[in-house]
Write a protein that binds this ligand. Structure first.
Ligand code: UD1
Length: 346
């Protein structure tokens, strides 16, 4: 297939470009070289493919890039928790207006197949069970509780402690940050587009992606890059809350394979998939094993917290296995040695 890959010069995009080419697809690479993700001048080639340097909101450029294309793999986005609420227009512009322009251009060119990079952050707090009340949806965590070191959200009915469970794709979408809200909106726009055009959308809800080529730490970086950057400077990783918050770290090469699998499967209509390793760990454990692998100082657990952070998100990865034939090959423990010495991008 001939595939338009947006965000092709990014951390995940470059790995997706390689995986597409290795699977025999032709890649048209587009990237807007957003300053939050990139420094310096854009390259002319990524992963052996000429790079079209254009923002996905540039309808004319997107239309040119779509000529002869069978499918779009849309990775271009502003990611991360961001600096503060002043980022709101940029996030909505890049992520939602960008997706809207792309979808309209695809419809005009008869391109009906989309793989969309989504995120587990759209679930908000993940799935929980109360011993007395069964499955419950906790409220957003209160600042007073966080200040007092009560990091785990309590049962909304009886205040009892909850057990975190694996979140599946049927869980309701409850974005708790600006970025999460823009990712949820992207999914909704793509779903409406699929209904209107008869197109196919596979929305890949990435869990915490890490691996070679991650950006160094910025307000927009994920925690694995922040820890790696600290260790590179000889400093300990700084763990927020009590380090007990759980995530699923999925390797970027697995994420790239998931994109190829989703492209080739082309599910009918809109369909969402958790893209995860299926082997969750705590942030404290990730910090400790990365520090060991780097031969660096042990992590410092600070008790600090960030507004908009959720406590636990662990995935049920089975739908991607059943419908896309995708199962992650690497657990964090398998890949931490490689990640400890892998180059980060400037
Ligand atoms: C991350 C990404 C999000 C992406 C999602 C799924 C960022 C900022 N977040 O969300 O874009 O959609 O994975 O791929 O890129 N923490 C520390 N110390 C630090 C920084 C963070 O302990 O220095 C903790 C945080 O408080 C949080 C956890 O690490 O509990 C994960 O943080 P982070 O990777 O930033 O965000 P996610 O919410 O997991």
């Amino acid at each position: 297939m001939r595939v338009l890959l947006t965000g092709a010069a990014g951390f995940i995009g470059t790995h997706v470009a390689s995986a597409l080419r290795e699977s025999g697809h032709d890649v048209v690479a587009l990237d807007g070289w957003h300053p939050a993700a990139h420094r310096g001048a854009p390259p002319s080639i990524v992963e052996g493919v000429p790079l079209l340097h254009a923002d996905v909101r540039d309808r004319a450029a997107v239309e040119r890039a779509l000529h002869g294309v069978d499918a779009v793999v849309h990775q271009a986005a502003m990611v991360g928790l961001g600096a503060d609420v002043q980022d709101l227009p940029d996030y909505v512009g890049c992520n939602d207006l960008g997706t809207a322009v792309l979808l309209a251009a695809m419809a005009a060119h008869g391109v009906r197949r989309l793989v969309l990079a989504s995120s587990m952050v759209i679930y908000g707090e993940g799935a929980y069970r109360c011993a007395a009340h069964g499955p419950v949806v906790p409220a957003a965590r209160r600042e007073n509780d966080l200040r007092a070191g009560r990091f785990d959200p309590p049962c909304p009915h009886c205040d009892a402690p909850l057990t975190p469970e694996r979140v599946d794709e049927d869980a309701p979408v409850r974005p708790r940050s600006v970025y999460a809200a823009t990712k949820a909106a992207q999914e909704h726009l793509a779903g409406a587009w699929a209904d209107a055009t008869g197109g196919s959308v596979a929305a890949l809800r990435y869990h915490n992606v890490y691996g070679p080529g991650m950006p160094r730490d910025t307000p927009y970086s994920g925690v694995a890059a922040i820890f790696r950057s600290a260790l590179e400077r000889g400093q300990p990783p700084t763990v927020f809350e009590d380090g007990g918050q759980r995530r699923d770290f999925v390797h970027v090469r697995d994420v790239a394979r998931a994109n190829v699998a989703a492209l080739e499967a082309a599910p009918p209509g809109f369909r969402a998939y958790n893209i995860a390793s299926g082997r969750p760990c705590t942030i404290g454990d990730v910090a400790a094993s990365l520090a060991r692998a780097c031969g660096g100082p042990a992590p410092v657990v600070t008790g600090r917290f960030r507004a908009g952070d959720v406590r636990h998100i662990v995935a049920a990865p089975h739908r991607a296995g059943a419908e896309l034939g995708f199962t992650a090959a690497l657990a964090f423990a398998d890949a931490v040695g490689e990640f400890a010495i892998a180059p980060l991008r400037a």
